[in-house]
Design a protein around this ligand. Structure first.
Ligand code: ATP
Length: 239
């Protein structure tokens, strides 16, 4: 069974059609990257997958249930671009609070903080953290419930290269243990780290393939270049 199935999804925001009839599946136990330029609809699509986006038509199922179903609450983790942690609690208190919501304890909370490199900052108030640290605290609070599906909206923005590499290794370890990760990014070097890629532009999918397939189709080893070639090819077809 696919972890996520999106069928003919159409989403309007304001007067704009933001997603224009998308259909794709996300396989379980892999890291799928959602790539695309700013404004292409990545966050909107992730919102639809977690069931918080009003959709005009089409459907999204996650683990066989309609997106946003109560049954999915403890099975799907979501990290938005804006960190969602309590500023007036410490990092550890946040992690323990979210752990408690998922029926987990202090041990899991500490493990989640260690996984995002925040063990040393556990006693600090979130309001005193840097932006990148806040983002990691938010990620730890999603990891702590050990969800089967993790939806991450640009989780590595503002992180230094060492931490980014460590987090990607963590994502792959979670996938190897059976979790499904859907991760948005507009950084092409992160695309190369994904098992599969969804390339989104103007609300339409330009590619749904492995990085190797994208490179082969575009005839270049450079993924950024491949993405540009796919855009141009699409524009030529449309012209
Ligand atoms: N609340 C809203 N009301 C109206 N339009 C919106 C709203 N939120 C987003 N949009 C529009 O929807 C489109 C897609 O936005 P979305 O945030 O999904 O893009 P994105 O690919 O995630 O961008 P970024 O990489 O900059 O976060 C944009 O044109 C944006 O202006």
């Amino acid at each position: 069974m696919n972890a996520v199935t999106v069928t003919d999804l159409v989403v309007d925001r304001g007067k704009r059609r933001v997603l224009d009839g998308l259909s794709f599946t996300v396989p379980p136990g892999q890291v799928t990257g959602l790539l695309g330029p700013s404004g292409s609809g990545k966050s909107t699509l992730l919102r639809a997958v977690v069931g918080v986006q009003v959709v005009r038509s089409g459907g999204v199922t996650v683990l066989g249930e309609p997106a946003g179903s109560p049954a999915l609450r403890s099975r799907v983790g979501y990290v938005t671009q804006a960190p969602s942690v309590y500023a007036d609690l410490t990092v550890r208190e946040n992690a323990r609070y979210f752990a408690a919501l998922y029926g987990r304890g202090a041990k899991e909370a500490d493990a989640a903080l260690a996984a995002v490199g925040l063990a040393g900052a556990a006693g600090q108030l979130v309001e005193n953290l840097s932006g990148g640290q806040r983002g990691r605290a938010s990620l730890a609070c999603a990891l702590v419930g050990d969800p089967e599906v993790l939806v991450l909206d640009e989780p590595t923005v503002g992180l230094d290269p060492v931490l980014r590499v460590e987090l990607w290794a963590r994502f792959h370890a979670l996938a190897a243990a059976g979790a499904t990760l859907l991760v948005s990014s507009h950084v092409m070097d992160e695309a190369a780290r994904c098992d599969r890629l969804l390339l989104l532009r103007d609300g339409a999918l330009l590619a749904d393939a492995t990085p190797a397939e994208v490179r082969a189709e575009a005839g270049t080893d450079d993924l950024e270049d491949a993405f540009l070639r796919l855009i141009r090819a699409r524009e030529e077809v449309a012209a």
